[in-house]
Ligand binder design. Structure first.
Ligand SMILES: [Zn+2]
Length: 291
């Protein structure tokens, strides 16, 4: 395809991965086949996308992550600092918690019925708002290993990607014969290597590179301002007023995403904390392989 050099649609739109997505009223049948999820604290950065908070380096527990939302790490993270400043808060959003897990999605019609009665499937990444992973955790608590049950997801709100979750008392992949089950597990292992959850949740961008990107954005938005364009001179200086806009950036940004989950954080139970730490202990699928 051909594009003009100044075509605004030519943007780095971030990492491509098979993201679980449904249209309004569409029903999907999936299995949360890996018994873990990843949680991050991330910032939405104008014209960059989601970036992992630099304060994550010192986070040791789920409680630390919850605290980072309430008390942004302004000393450790330039984005946290910018998100609190009047003149830059439209450029960098406040730190927000977000989670992701993998699901085996069966090939179904829009009502969740298997196509031609055949077991077709592929792996997708489910980006979970805080509310949704709490629902998953309570289902896990009630039923035990969710890899042994399918979930029926019904999209009730397309804009905010809000899915109603129903539990099926069987997992279709486990009803297939042992050879097919082994094939499915091998496939899942291969796919999750390609799409690490942390990469799906946001980018890791070092502070220096971020500052350079902010400078590029600033120059794009305020081309007539007389400023120092020497990027190299920015070195390890603190982010000064000279390299960030003094006024807010345009609101009609076509690159702004809407599916941030956006729930207000609430208190976390001890169980949730324990569950959330599970991924660090082990993410092996070996225990899923049938004997
Ligand atoms: Zn931060």
């Amino acid at each position: 395809m051909r594009f003009n050099f100044d075509d605004e649609s030519v943007q780095d739109v971030g990492v491509r991965f098979p993201k679980l997505d449904l249209k309004k009223d569409e029903v999907a049948r999936v299995c949360a086949i890996t018994p873990y999820f990843d949680v991050t604290i991330r910032h939405w950065v104008d014209r960059v996308g989601y970036v992992h908070c630099h304060g994550l380096k010192s986070a040791k527990s789920f409680a630390d992550l919850v605290d980072m939302e309430k008390n942004p790490k302004v000393e450790e993270c330039v984005m946290c600092a910018m998100s609190l400043r009047q003149d830059t808060k439209d450029m960098v959003n406040l730190p927000m918690r977000h989670a992701a897990t993998y699901v085996l999605r069966y090939h179904t019609d829009t009502r969740g019925n298997l196509l031609h009665g055949q077991l077709g499937y592929h792996l997708e990444v489910w980006l979970l708002s805080n509310k949704k992973y709490k629902e998953i955790i309570s289902l896990q608590k009630e039923w035990g290993g969710l890899q042994h049950y399918d979930l029926e997801l019904t999209c009730v709100d397309n804009k905010y990607k809000n899915f109603d979750i129903g539990l099926k008392k069987e997992a279709l992949w486990e009803k297939s014969d042992k050879e097919i089950q082994k094939k499915i597990i091998a496939y899942v292992k291969e796919e999750i290597e390609k799409y690490p959850l942390t990469v799906c949740l946001g980018e890791d961008i070092p502070e220096e590179m971020l500052k350079r990107r902010f400078e590029v954005i600033r120059r794009k938005n305020y081309p007539d301002e007389d400023v120092d364009l020497g990027v190299s001179s920015m070195g390890s200086e603190e982010l000064s007023d000279s390299i960030v806009p003094q006024t807010t950036v345009p609101q009609d940004d076509p690159f702004k995403l809407t599916d941030t989950g956006g729930e207000i954080p609430s208190a976390v139970t001890e169980e949730e904390k324990a569950k959330a730490q599970e991924p660090e202990k082990g993410s092996s699928l070996d225990d899923l392989i049938p004997d």
